[in-house]
Write a protein that binds this ligand. Structure first.
Ligand SMILES: [Zn+2]
Length: 273
C-alpha cells in the first residue's frame, strides 16, 4: 500500500489551488465578456417558473416593459430615450417580426441585438400574437417554441420571461404550456393603453391615471411599435421626476427604476400546473 507523502499532499494542494484560480479566471472572463456585450442580465434566473404580477411590493418602483416589437421604425427611438435617462427596461418580442430572410426581418433582428447590447432584458411574447385561450396546448407550445428559437438564434441567450398576448392565459392548456416550460409570466400594474390612445398626451394621461390607482407603481405596459409611445416617453419620464419631487417634499420614498427581478415571485410547487 502506498502512503501519500507530505510532498505529494503539497503538490495536490497546489494543483487544486491552480484549478480554482483557473476557474475564477474563467468566471472573470465570462463576466467581462457579458459586460463587453453591454448586458449583465442573467435571464437564467427566471428559469423554473415564477410569477411577476405587476405591483411593486415593498417600495415605490417602476419597471418599464415594451411589447410587440422589435420594430425598426420605432424601437430605436425608445432605446435612445432610455439611454438618455439611464433606464433599463424589458422588451417582450413577437417572433415572426424578426424571423426569416426578408429585409424587414433582418432590420428587426439588428434592432433586437441593439436592445440586448444596450443592456435591456428580453422576453418571449409568442410568434404570431394569438389569443392563447382559444388555442390547444400544442399550438400554444409551438408559438412559444418558435419565438424561443429565434431569440436564441439572434442573441445567443435563452429567455425565461414570458408575456401572454393581451395578458390572457386563463385556460389550463395555456397555463400548462407556460409553466411546464419553466417560464415566468409577467403581468403589469399600470396599463398605459397606448394602443388605444390617439396622441402622446393621451398616453401620458393614461399613465398618470394608472399611477394614481397604483401609487406604489410596478410594471408599466407600453408598446414600442407605436410612434405616439416613442413621443410620450419623454413626457412620462418628466412626470415621474415631477412626482418624485413632490414625494420627497412629503417625506415619501421616490420611484426607483427597477428590473423585473425585483418583482419576481418564485413559483410554489402547488401552483406548478
Ligand atoms: Zn402584445
Amino acid at each position: 500500500m502506498r502512503l501519500v507523502s507530505p510532498a505529494n499532499i503539497l503538490s495536490i494542494v497546489i494543483s487544486l489551488a491552480v484549478i480554482s484560480l483557473a476557474a475564477v479566471g474563467l468566471g472573470e472572463t465570462s463576466r467581462r465578456h457579458k459586460a463587453a456585450d453591454g448586458n449583465l442580465w442573467g435571464l437564467d434566473r427566471f428559469r423554473g417558473g415564477g410569477l411577476i404580477r405587476g405591483p411593486c411590493a415593498r417600495r415605490a418602483c417602476i419597471a418599464l416593459t415594451f411589447d410587440d416589437g422589435p420594430e425598426h421604425s420605432t424601437t430605436p427611438r425608445v432605446l435612445d430615450e432610455l439611454d438618455r435617462r439611464g433606464v433599463r427596461a424589458t422588451f417582450f418580442v413577437v417572433g415572426r417580426r424578426f424571423d426569416g430572410d426578408g429585409p424587414i426581418a433582418e432590420r428587426n433582428r439588428e434592432v433586437l441585438r441593439d436592445v440586448w447590447r444596450r443592456g435591456h432584458m428580453v422576453g418571449n411574447h409568442t410568434y404570431t400574437h394569438p389569443l392563447m385561450d382559444r388555442l390547444d396546448e400544442r399550438s400554444i407550445t409551438r408559438e412559444i417554441e418558435r419565438t424561443d428559437r429565434v431569440i436564441t438564434e439572434t442573441l445567443g441567450v435563452r429567455t425565461f420571461l414570458f408575456r401572454a398576448p393581451y395578458g390572457a392565459m386563463q385556460t389550463p392548456a395555456a397555463r400548462h404550456a407556460v409553466y411546464s416550460r419553466g417560464l415566468t409570466p409577467v403581468f403589469w400594474a399600470i396599463d398605459t393603453r397606448d394602443w388605444a390612445a390617439h396622441s402622446p398626451e393621451e398616453v401620458l394621461a393614461n399613465f398618470r391615471a394608472g399611477l394614481d390607482e397604483s401609487p406604489r407603481g410596478g410594471v408599466v405596459l407600453f408598446h414600442d411599435t407605436l410612434p405616439r409611445t416613442t413621443q410620450a416617453l419623454p413626457l412620462v419620464f418628466d412626470e415621474i421626476a415631477a412626482r418624485n419631487e413632490q414625494r420627497r417634499t412629503r417625506g415619501l420614498p421616490p420611484y426607483e427604476f427597477v428590473g423585473l427581478d425585483e418583482l419576481w415571485e418564485p413559483l410554489r410547487p402547488s401552483r406548478a400546473h
